[in-house]
Ligand binder design. Sequence first.
Ligand code: ATP
Ligand code: MG
Length: 392
Amino acid sequence: MKEIILLKNGELALKGLNRHTFENQLVKNMKHRLHDLGKIRYVQSQSTIMVEPIDERVDLDEAFRRLKKIFGIAGLSRCAAVEKDMEAILPAACEYLRDELMFAKTFKVEAKRSDKKFPFNSPQICMELGGVILENFPHLKVDVHHPDLIVNVEVRDSYAYIHGNQHKGAGGMPVGSAGQAAILISGGIDSPVAAWMMAKRGLKLYAIHFASPPYTSQRAEMKVHSLLRQVSKYSGDIPLCVVPFTHIQEEIKDNCPEDLFTIIMRRFMMRCAERIAKDQGCGALITGESVGQVASQTMQAIACTEAVVEELPLFRPLIGMDKDEVIEISRKIDTFETSILPYEDCCTVFTPKHPRTRPQLHVVEEAENVLDVEALIEEALNNLKFVNLSGE
Ligand code: ATP
Ligand code: MG
């Protein structure tokens, strides 16, 4: 039996005249993510997209798994595509959905007929098919309000499509439809979640990671690679730029008051990140900060960090979330187990015993003045390392 995957693109349908741009971006993303599975045709019509394997060897289970992680898809179903003839539709529905029909206690049939020349209207299709299902699966009862299983029949141009309950898609907007932004990624729990959340809003991601060898190890950087690979299953490829941060951290440690160490370090991060981001064509910076989570994330500390960002907006999607809520998402997107591996991040190198929780901007600026800020940034930016990672 010919099988396809039918996608509903939810929020996209609201975008009026821009809809086609969004849909085209979505199809482009799908082609990129499924390209190694074989020849596939993508047919767009009326807020649905049909993914039709042309090649015998296309692994539809794998295609379905990958599509469930692509932003911009609200719901998806595997369907049987059958001849537009009731003689074909009735037995095909019973056969194709046999397992689900056996398992369910209640069901209803929903029919749509976009081909108005089809001789049965929607209520007639429901009546006929409902009757045949009850004959073949006598344990079933009809429940039109809360059925275990909805048997869907959609009569379209070329075929009638039969499917069971729709699966929930990843939602959001197609990656790339909102432009590109730079995620400051550590090896922690928060930043991969922040990355995922902004990719969900249609941002293509560019990752920036600060490393301080020999205080931070190669394994810490590998951990960032695996986190990005995992996020890229949703967001598509994420290029990574690694910034050498050792010298900057040593200079701060040797010349600035200990209680301001973290704040000054974070200001260096933001300055470097903004320059790299602009260079790479990014329109915003993203961090995994959340108010009050650590000393460097009090309102006053955030104000001191943010003060060095000159132009780009700074997105902090986790700002009002509890750690529990962040962990829940990190488990869902499968980054949690990697995030908790115990390799040190540059933020945990030289951490002060008593960090200032309410730093004042002029005090921080004064403390920082003893450093040659420009020269240190220049040196770091002249020694960037670029890494290409891909998801599947
Ligand atoms: P995370 O779990 O993301 O590490 P956190 O709660 O540990 O966050 P901090 O270590 O203060 O908080 O970092 C706050 C944010 O700064 C991170 O979410 C991330 O966006 C950025 N950041 C921290 N360390 C690095 C790093 N080594 N490279 C790039 N960005 C970093
Ligand atoms: Mg951290």
